[in-house]
Design a protein around this ligand. Structure first.
Ligand code: GLU
Length: 290
């Protein structure tokens, strides 16, 4: 038993939760429960273009139907709240801005003016050794400041208007111990490149928001899908730059269908909601998600 264990589930309301989410979130729930710890629910609704209130409603209801309960979470809908409120990312902008300023002042992030078109051209060009990641093709560093220079903080009192990227330490190997998969190691500049921390449309990027929140909410273990292994190493760099202690990590294997395709790609057919409407019980659904 480890009553100081603090875990979290952090769904994004851009669609209905599916079988893959059921597996990850149920694992997170069990690990917090078995440790006698606390589970936090965080609503990752940062992207105003893609997040919808009806998916937020569905998210809470589906989680409860699965038998997942949490001790801290958004007070809207669930009336829970907690010592680190708000638990809804769209209401935490001040926290992300503080972190953005700290990174800007240290010169570890830089403004990037590459357009979507520039980036898609890069994606088509052959680029040796550039691993594909969940962020898309590896950024080639076109906007990186020249060696020995940093972005002029005075010129950028606010992040809006350009993309901001974290400059990764090329050639450095970043490792961590995963509680499920064992030791992990990735090479900065080969496995992943300079990644977004703030978007030109003034939305904080996932990597920054999740680190700021997991640290602020004193999360001791992050349970997430294995599709986010490379995000975890990016986040380890952000913890280091912000002088924060990273949590422990547990990545869940991804669910695949018989043809080997990731289930997440077949979102609607395998939503928790549609399986439930087909008469599945939470136990049957979770057995399928194993
Ligand atoms: N909101 C993210 C997602 O749904 C959270 C991932 C994570 O950091 O656990 O993919």
């Amino acid at each position: 038993m480890n009553p100081s264990y603090r875990g979290r589930i952090a769904p994004t309301p851009t669609g209905l939760l599916h079988l893959g989410h059921a597996r990850t979130f149920f694992t997170a729930f069990c690990r917090a429960r078995d440790a006698g710890g606390t589970l936090i629910l965080r609503n990752e609704d940062l992207d105003p273009q893609r997040c919808r209130p009806e998916f937020t409603d569905a998210m809470y209801e589906d989680l409860r139907w699965l038998g997942i309960s949490w001790q801290e979470g958004p007070d809207i809908h669930t009336d829970i709240g907690g010592p680190f409120a708000p638990y809804t990312q769209s209401r935490r902008r001040g926290h992300y801005l503080r972190a953005w300023r700290a990174l800007r002042d240290q010169g570890v992030i830089y403004p990037c003016t590459c357009s979507r078109k520039d980036l898609s051209r890069i994606a088509q060009a052959p680029h040796e050794g550039a691993g594909e990641s969940d962020e898309g093709p590896m950024y080639p560093g076109s906007c990186r400041p020249a060696a020995g220079t940093v972005a002029d903080a005075a010129q950028y009192p606010e992040p809006a208007g350009v993309n901001w990227r974290f400059q990764v330490p090329d050639g450095e190997s970043i490792g961590f111990e995963d509680a499920h998969f064992g030791p992990q190691r990735f090479l900065a500049g080969r496995d992943f490149g300079d990644f977004l921390v703030w978007r030109r449309d003034d939305v904080p990027a996932y990597q920054l928001a999740v680190v700021v929140d997991d640290a602020a909410m004193q999360i001791t273990e992050v349970v997430r899908g294995a599709d986010l292994l490379l995000s975890t190493v990016r986040q380890i760099l952000l913890y280091r730059a912000l002088g924060l202690e990273p949590p422990l990590w547990y990545h869940c294997p991804l669910l695949r269908d018989q043809s080997g395709q990731r289930l997440a790609k077949r979102h609607d057919a395998l939503s928790i909601r549609s399986l439930r409407e087909q008469g599945k019980s939470p136990q049957e659904l979770l057995a399928e998600a194993r």
